[in-house]
Design a protein around this ligand. Sequence first.
Ligand code: PLP
Length: 407
Amino acid sequence: MPLPVETIRQDFPILSRKINGYPLVYLDNAASSQKPKHVIMAMTAFYQASYANIHRGVYTIAEEATELYESAREHIKNFVNARASQEIIFTRGTTESINLVARSWGDKNIQAGDVILLTEMEHHSNIVPWQLLAERKKARLKYIPFDEKGRLNLENLDRLLEGCKITAFTLASNTFGTKNPAKEIIRKARAKGTLVLLDAAQAVPHQNVDVVDLDCDFLAFSSHKMLGPTGIGILYGKKELLEKMDPFLGGGEMIKTVQWDHSTWNDLPWKFEAGTQSIAEAVGLKAAVDYLHHLGLKKIAEHEQSLVRYAMERLHEVEGLTMIGPPASERVGLVSFYFKDIHPHDVAAVLDRNGICVRAGHHCTMPLHKKLGLEATVRASFYLYNAKEEIDLLIDALKEAARFFRK
Ligand code: PLP
């Protein structure tokens, strides 16, 4: 049974909106996803009935709030198949999760001359924290290159892993859509004693991700790309590694004892959760995970695969349009493209006139675009509520844009 897209669409209030007189066609899911009423209602119900700060109060609603927050963690643990809930740290998003590892693990373990291995297709969030670490420690950054089809070239991987303490790479590229061969890279990294961090921001919302099967050391992702609210994200880390790491931020909650001259740290996972957390957001995220789990990630992945295949077939019809990245079968549900003679922002503006939301720009992958000799591209990215008919509308509007600017 394919995904019941028409029924699913009824769950997303925003999808009934009109933009400039046209039905909203939301194709910017790689940037952020829309929210089903289950998520919106779970957060509203929490604020209306059980809102309080967590872990501190001994009164009923504080206990209810704590229970909801901790059960969100349990849901996430099961969703990515972690061994223990201590391995699930709530952060503000993928960016903060990666910064946490670069600071807390990196400052303790990286020394002058060590290699940190990234890839040329990383989002800025998985480049800049490592650049800052490399500067602090005089370490060296190296990059696995990509080829003309947007696939990682692993020919020299063994050599790149020499002297490498950690490799951090994306499970799925937010610009090419490429699904990277994580297991192969992880196997080779393990053989060299190199740790692995996976940026799963574009993977966890769209396919089954199992941290035990992957055998990664850290995994980072964001709630807002998987139907949940903004302001909350996740860092999975192997317990034995997290236990040895110092806190990232200091403050309330992350301590066991505080004296004038020193403090001791709370147990995992709270050692990494300083200050009042995004409590209502955790409740919303839990509802999002339930929603995704109920539909099934396998079906969602199949649906997105059929959409990207169809989109790429039809994009060939648009004169002067060039797509970047691998064939549809090697991608998650997104496609980036450009016209040599029309600026991506102009394309996006014409699409917006037709109610269609796409992203135009460098998608936080400036070095990737620079290597391609491009400043920017247009990106259409799909999710479980998108329908083939919306791709037809995209193609019509792109043809119109091409006609308009070439007049
Ligand atoms: N990594 C990848 C691959 C992404 O696509 C994104 C967001 O676009 C991020 C990291 C950053 O996520 P956030 O802004 O939620 O921290």
